[in-house]
Design a protein around this ligand. Structure first.
Ligand SMILES: [Zn+2]
Length: 242
């Protein structure tokens, strides 16, 4: 770590200084404060121990940011959920009242999250109440997340219809899945975090030709339910530390 690296690390940890590459009095004061906070000798010298502590502190801070999440805590009440099923609404780029009645969390075209009407808790194992019916014969224990898109889409030959899936909503999906995985202790495996299009093949529950999500309108090189599912699962793992 050179002086600039040390200054950048201290700045990201909330110490007040400027990154100028000069180890002046302000930098020394910040180093000493950091050392005191970590139980090190406060000599203001950045030796191997202080470097190690700085790197660890920055890593912790990065992890905390990820831990903060994107799904409001109030949307995730206590319940026993076993899997997350990802859909598209086959509607417009915005969440309609009808869309909201079928899913727990919806992602609009610009990546904005909208809460569905039924509570996630209603789909919990052993729960009662008005649940979200999003997947035929597979709603108990299943959280339904939907991207608002793909009205009038055709599977083959592929046509994205009047509301093609956007890169922004696709990108917004993995952090949502990671929050749900963490909250409900669901591992991001092919059987537990999957698209509607994967349900029949992976869980053996017939779905009458549902193909959400087996195409990405903004990236024609990705074809097939498994290919799409593998992308959101691996991206989810990047956010999900457990
Ligand atoms: Zn679906």
């Amino acid at each position: 770590m050179n002086t600039r690296d040390v200054q950048a690390a201290l700045l990201s940890l909330g110490y007040s200084l400027t990154i100028d590459g000069v180890a002046g009095p302000k930098t020394k004061t910040a180093v000493q404060a950091f050392q005191r906070g970590r139980g090190l000798a406060a000599d203001g010298i950045v030796g191997p121990q202080t470097v190690k502590a700085l790197q660890a502190a920055v890593a912790e801070k990065t992890e905390q940011k990820v831990e903060l999440g994107v799904v409001p805590a109030g949307w995730m009440p206590a319940a026993r959920l076993e899997r997350i099923i990802v859909h598209w609404t086959a509607g417009s780029h915005r969440a309609s009242g009808l869309d909201r009645s079928h899913y727990h969390i919806l992602i609009e075209a610009d990546g904005k999250l909208v809460r569905g009407t039924p509570s996630i808790a209603a789909n919990g194992v052993g729960a009662s109440g008005t649940r979200a019916n999003h997947t035929l014969n597979c709603n108990t224990g299943s959280i339904g997340v939907a991207l608002c898109c793909m009205a009038g889409a055709v599977e083959s030959p592929f046509q994205a219809g009047s509301a093609p899936m956007t890169a922004a909503q696709w990108k917004a999906l993995p952090p949502v899945l990671a929050d749900l995985c963490r909250r409900y202790s669901i591992p991001a495996t092919p059987k537990t975090v999957l698209s509607h299009a994967e349900v029949q093949g992976t869980l053996g529950i017939k779905q009458r030709g549902k193909w959400d999500i087996s195409r990405l309108a903004f990236d024609p090189t990705v074809v097939g339910a498994r290919a799409c599912g593998d992308i959101f699962r691996s991206e989810t793992l990047r956010f999900h530390h457990s």
